[in-house]
Ligand binder design. Structure first.
Ligand code: NAD
Length: 478
């Protein structure tokens, strides 16, 4: 099955072309692959009004019914996994296998979120009074997604947001709007009109959403710099915000690892999705006793990895998704070159069309270098040497970020103790990037505010409402 090349917004249950459009490029060759509607403020108003109109009936449904809708959406995504993955590769750049994981992951997330429940806490049940705190939906949620995992990160918001009884206006990144717009087509006849609206647009659409007077909450995934703007803008109307932001995740590799076995895993921890993962390993601290052999094993493995167009057989790493990000990564590489740091491989830009950057690995650059301190969000990894755990924990924590991190070692108990000392929202031992729709995920420090996933993530789409009933029996007794 193939999709047609019309990309339309979903507003109030109807597909709309919009009055203007913008080009979407394939990052592997910079060719235009489609035009996405460029929403106007009026389009946004209509999407918000449709969500508002759908809210009373949707929020009044029993939660079991909303669960059924989420599962039906998941099934529709799975039924379209092939065309969705091909489209995603063409606009995002990631290889087909990774695109399939993104699309399938979105379905998995909707199903997982549907298993959650809204708690009711009984505060008091005495002769005098009954008091409970229940959870009520917020109203209309504005969901804003980035370009690295367009579908799965949208599902992070759609699942709990709708399950809690809210309706939604979802905006994909202007670099990757097409797959999300097709998602709108797929679910159009599954959900009641207006429950989920999907609109695409340029740089102004996000700020219009965060300042819109009739949006009650903004759920945002993107960079820390934009997250600060979102929070500032949302404050005018006291919108609730959940912010999932950038990271600079450390990995700490203990000397008792099996070097050959772990090298491949560590490579993918850093270079999966071409390093464009918020929880990719961005600094790798390796114990001095195994630094040289592990360094050599990672570099040897890296040389076997095929980089190219994600639609070609055998490609494991595609291009960077977009020109601004490509320029940011090249700027970091340029800085590292100018400072004279040692490159184990990479460090050049490819001379083929598309936003390709070869795998770039640096040999123990200074701790205060930009390549170590800044979020690269690309195929660049500094390897760093350590010999003392207190020192490496201090270095790992010396950042404004606190999203993820990982500890690698055969002594799992010791690794777990070190994990507890890392100031990040999630720390893994002997794996990385494992997330679950039933576990809280979020950033400490400037990596975010609030969480997604698990009951805690679900509760962020609700207000607490306490109901108190004085018992008549108590009155007559008094
Ligand atoms: P970005 O902040 O540039 O854009 C994210 C989204 O916000 C896009 O849809 C964009 O159009 C929109 N936007 C831009 N300016 C806006 C504004 N002023 N107000 C409201 N919305 C606005 O981020 P990006 O480049 O798309 O994504 C990469 C960043 O996202 C990285 O820093 C990465 O670490 C982070 N990220 C975090 C998580 C997480 O869960 N913590 C997940 C994925 C990506």
């Amino acid at each position: 099955m193939q999709f047609d090349s019309d990309y339309r917004m979903l507003i109030g249950g109807k597909l709309e072309t919009g009055s203007a459009s913008f080009d979407v490029l394939n990052p592997a060759n910079e060719q235009v692959i489609g035009q996405a509607p460029d929403a106007t403020p009026e389009d946004l108003d209509r999407a918000v009004a449709a969500a508002r109109a759908a809210f009373p009936a949707w929020s009044a449904l029993p939660i079991e019914k909303r669960r059924e809708y989420l599962n039906a959406m998941a099934q529709a995504i799975l039924a379209n996994i092939d065309p969705l993955k091909r489209l995603l590769t063409s606009e995002q750049g990631k290889p087909h296998a990774d695109a399939e994981a993104d699309v399938g992951g979105a379905a998995f997330w909707l199903m997982g979120a549907s298993s959650l429940d809204l708690p009711v806490v009984v505060n008091e049940d005495s002769d005098e009074r009954y008091s409970e705190t229940r959870r009520v939906p917020l109203g209309v949620v504005g969901a804003i997604a980035p370009w690295n995992f367009p579908l799965i990160l949208a599902a992070f918001k759609i699942g709990p947001g709708l399950l809690a009884g809210n309706t939604m206006v979802l905006k994909p990144s202007p670099f990757t709007p097409l797959t999300t717009l097709k998602l709108g087509e797929i679910i159009k006849d599954i959900l009641p009109a207006g429950v989920l609206n999907i609109i695409s647009g340029g740089d102004n659409l996000g700020p219009w959403m965060t300042s819109h007077p009739d949006i009650d909450k903004v759920s945002f995934t993107g960079s820390t710099a934009t997250g600060k703007k979102v929070m500032q803008s949302a404050s005018a109307t006291l919108k609730r915000v959940t912010l999932e932001l950038g990271g600079n995740d450390p990995a700490i590799v203990m000397p008792d690892v099996d070097v050959e076995k772990v090298a491949e895993q560590l490579f993918w921890a850093a270079f999966g999705n071409n390093g464009q993962i918020c929880i990719a390993t961005k600094r790798m601290y390796v114990h001095k006793d195994i630094y040289e052999p592990l360094r050599d094993a990672i570099v040897a493995y890296a040389k076997t990895v095929k980089i190219g167009d994600g639609s070609e057989q055998g490609t494991r790493l595609g291009p960077i998704n977009n020109r601004p990000q490509y320029e940011r990564v090249l700027d970091l590489i340029r800085d590292a070159k100018e400072k004279g740091y040692t490159f184990l491989m990479g460090g050049e830009k490819s001379d083929v069309p598309g936003y390709f950057i070869p795998v770039t690995i640096l040999d123990n650059p200074p701790e205060d270098s930009r390549i170590v301190q800044e979020e690269q969000f690309g195929p660049v990894l500094p390897l760093l040497k350590f010999d003392d755990y207190d020192d490496v924990v201090a270095r790992a924590n010396a950042t404004e970020y606190g999203l993820g991190g990982s500890i690698w070692g055969n002594d799992e108990d010791k690794a777990f103790e070190i994990a507890k000392r890392i100031q990040s929202g999630t720390v893994w031992v002997n794996e990385v990037q494992h997330l679950s729709p039933t576990a809280a995920f979020g950033g400490l420090k400037q990596s975010g505010l609030g969480v997604e996933g698990g009951e805690e993530g679900l509760l962020e789409y609700t207000n607490a409402q306490t109901l108190v009933r004085k018992k008549r029996a108590a009155e007559s007794a008094g």
